[in-house]
Design a protein around this ligand. Structure first.
Ligand code: 5GP
Length: 196
C-alpha cells in the first residue's frame, strides 16, 4: 500500500455497492454524495478528515461550489471554523475579490472561480475539501486563490481520488499533504479498481 494512502473502509464498501461507472472515466456517486447525500457516511468521512489533519492548525475550510460544500461544512462544523466556498459566477454585489480560472474535467470547459478578499486573507490556515480529485485543476485554482490571498494551504482532503488522472501525484510532488479516503486506480471497461 502506498505510504500516503489509507483506504476508508466504509466509503470503499459504499462505492462497491452503489457507485456507478460512466464512460470517460467518471464515477457516479449520486446516491450518497453528489445528489442524494448520506449524512451518516458524510459525518464519518468528515471525522476521518479531522483525524488525518490533526497535525495541522486550521482556521478555515475552503471548497468550490457546489459539490464540495456538503463535506466542507461537516468538517468545518467538527473543527468549529468557518467554511468558505469559492463561487463559479462573480456575484454582482461582490467587488473586492480574488479570481482564478479552472478547467472542468466533467464539463470540458474553463470557468472563473472567485472568492471575496474579505473571507480569505493573510493569516488564514486553509484546508481545501472537495468531493473528487481527478487532474487537479480545481486544486490548482485553489492554490492560486490561496496564494493571491497571502494565506497558507495546510492540506487537501478528497472523498475520491482517481489516480489514473494524476492530480494527486502532482499535488504530492508539490509538497502538499493530500488525503483521499478512496483511491481508484482504474475505471477501464466500467470496472471500479481500487488502489490496494
Ligand atoms: P479536477 O479539477 O481534479 O480535474 O476534477 C475535480 C472536479 O471535477 C471535482 O470537483 C468534481 O466535481 C469533478 N469530477 C472529476 N471527476 C469526477 C468523477 O469521476 N465523478 C464526479 N461525480 N465528479 C468528478
Amino acid at each position: 500500500m502506498a505510504a500516503y494512502y489509507k483506504p476508508f473502509a466504509p466509503l470503499i464498501e459504499r462505492i462497491k455497492r452503489d457507485g456507478k461507472c460512466l464512460e470517460g472515466g467518471i464515477l457516479k456517486v449520486d446516491s450518497f454524495v453528489n445528489h442524494q447525500i448520506d449524512p451518516t457516511l458524510l459525518q464519518s468521512m468528515s471525522i476521518e478528515f479531522v483525524r488525518r489533519f490533526a497535525n495541522k492548525e486550521i482556521n478555515k475550510i475552503l471548497t468550490i461550489e457546489a459539490s464540495g460544500i456538503a463535506p466542507a461544512i461537516m468538517v468545518g462544523f467538527l473543527l468549529n471554523v468557518p467554511v468558505v466556498f469559492a463561487k463559479k459566477k462573480k456575484p454582482s454585489t461582490m467587488n473586492d475579490m480574488l479570481i482564478t480560472e479552472v478547467f472542468s474535467f466533467t464539463k470540458q470547459r474553463t470557468y472563473s472561480v472567485c472568492c471575496a478578499k474579505e473571507f480569505l486573507g493573510k493569516g488564514d490556515k486553509v484546508l481545501f475539501i472537495d468531493d473528487f480529485l481527478a487532474n487537479g485543476n480545481a486544486a490548482k485554482g485553489i492554490i492560486d486563490l490561496v496564494q493571491q490571498a497571502g494565506a497558507e494551504l495546510e492540506g487537501m482532503g478528497f472523498i475520491v481520488e482517481k489516480s489514473f488522472q494524476h492530480g494527486g501525484e502532482m499535488l504530492r510532488k508539490m509538497g502538499y499533504q493530500v488525503e483521499s479516503l478512496a483511491i481508484i486506480d482504474s475505471l477501464d471497461n466500467c470496472k471500479i479498481t481500487f488502489k490496494a
